[in-house]
Design a protein around this ligand. Structure first.
Ligand code: S3P
Length: 437
């Protein structure tokens, strides 16, 4: 990957009608479940970003025949739950925490040994949150120093179901344990402290696997089968979020986003923006392959600072970098609490966003589990995105309200989740130039 910066001229208005790329979480899961299913799975709308492509390559390396992606179409010839083969080399997942954490659950149950590693950002992220409960199920996994990648997974273990209460709201941990549970003896039960994205549960049901939910607990029994199916991946609401914020803050904007995934465990960004006074209109609501989808029209509106309700935090967990830009453009103070998870994402998103906002002249004070941002005049300056795609795209939107030019470093990571961002942002009205470093 060669180093790339964005250089943004201040100002602009977002207009038109756009469709952002496919949902990253659903794309990862389509490859995993499609590979483990019996028969063919056809995927449309697959995200051709580096993260989901890394998952795809890992399953190819374990002997699964996968054609594509070609214009978002992927055809997977599933090998069944017991059909994966030992990879010839360590599996590399790049920047993708979702690949590593979810695949850990699958690999822990295989007959072969495996190793997973990632890039310098992933190498700093905590993995004990999955290896500890997997060990309780009977898995044998060695981590790197401090419970971080790489993971060495010892195959040939017999897993048994556990009743696990998640210590943090994490869809990745929940999904990892459910995937391991497909192979475990007896029942695997996972209880979450707050609702998190439920794509794994929905997709398992779509592959014909029985998953039960009682309140905050999801449960399944090992030993069943997955049957190949069709998956239509909606646009990623986490990618749409940059444009929802951009059009809200850039005066005179009127932008429509098509075919956006509206799973209720993902729509916190809409609720939070509305509480701030944003003008969002959701229409053409429909269901596509077990996931709700809609079009969203957003017009600019004066925003006000709010205290973000803690129950919305897991439902908007990936959208906070963008929401912090909205807060910087709002009248008054926005207070976020209960969001310590942001410190262990692709970067420490509380610190990195606070540093960037301060560079632009905004009063942004990080706290242990959140941030306090006072809206104000944004100047310009140089932002380091710390290899975090969502930091880069958020500050690109900040340019719409900045008084001076913004330069953002390390924007090559945008391709992990949003290939084509620069072209789409320019088409919508962001004054963005890409500059090779
Ligand atoms: C994801 C879950 C979230 C999210 C990540 C994708 C998933 O992580 O931040 O981008 O696909 O399950 P956590 O479950 O760790 O919060």
């Amino acid at each position: 990957m060669s180093a790339l910066s964005y250089v943004l001229n201040p100002g602009g208005v977002l207009t038109g009608d756009i469709r952002v790329p496919g949902d990253k979480s659903i794309s990862h899961r389509s490859i995993m479940l499609g590979s483990l299913a019996e028969g063919v799975t056809e995927v449309t709308g697959f995200l051709e970003g580096e993260d989901s492509l890394n998952t795809l390559k890992c399953f190819q390396a374990m002997g699964v025949k996968i054609d594509g992606p070609t214009e978002g179409r992927v055809r997977i010839q599933g090998v069944g739950l017991r059909g994966l083969k030992a990879p010839a080399a360590p599996l590399y997942v790049g920047n993708s925490g979702t690949s590593m954490r979810l695949m850990a659950g699958i690999l822990a149950a295989q007959g072969f040994d495996s190793e997973m590693s990632g890039d310098s950002s992933l190498a700093k992220r905590p993995m004990r949150r999955v290896t500890e409960p997997l060990a309780q199920m009977g898995a044998k996994i060695d981590t790197g120093e401090g419970g971080r990648p790489p993971l060495h997974i010892h195959g040939g273990q017999t897993l048994h179901g556990i009743d696990y209460v998640l210590p943090m709201a994490s869809a990745q941990v929940k999904s990892c344990l459910l995937l391991a549970g497909l192979y475990a003896e007896g029942e695997t039960r996972v209880t979450e402290p707050a609702p998190t994205r439920d794509h794994t549960e929905r997709m398992l049901a779509g592959f014909g696997y029985k998953v039960e939910r009682e309140g905050a607990t999801v449960a399944l029994r090992g030993g069943g089968r997955l049957l190949g199916t069709r998956i239509d991946v909606p646009s990623d609401i986490s990618s749409a979020a940059f444009f929802l914020v951009g059009a809200s803050i850039a005066e005179g904007s009127d932008l429509t986003l098509r075919h956006v995934g509206m799973n209720p465990t993902r729509t916190g960004v809409i609720d939070i923006l509305r509480l701030m006074g944003a003008d969002l209109c959701v229409h053409n609501e429909r269901e596509v392959g077990g996931e709700p989808v809609a079009d969203i029209r957003v017009k600019s509106a004066p925003l006000r600072g709010i205290r973000i309700p803690e129950e919305l935090v897991p439902l908007a967990i990936d959208e906070f970098p963008a929401l912090f830009i909205a807060a910087a453009c709002a009248e008054g103070e926005t207070v976020l609490t209960g969001a310590e998870e942001l410190r262990v994402k692709e970067s420490d998103r509380i610190q990195v966003m606070a540093d960037g906002l301060v560079t632009l002249g905004i009063d942004a004070r990080p706290t242990a589990d959140g941030i306090v941002i006072r809206g104000g005049r944004m100047g310009g300056g140089e932002i380091v995105s710390h290899g975090d795609h969502r930091i880069a795209m958020s500050f690109a939107m900040a340019s719409l309200r900045a008084q001076e030019a913004i330069r953002i470093r390390e924007c090559e990571y945008v391709n992990t989740s949003f290939p084509g961002f620069a072209v789409l942002a320019r088409a919508a009205g962001v004054q963005l130039a890409e500059v090779a470093e």
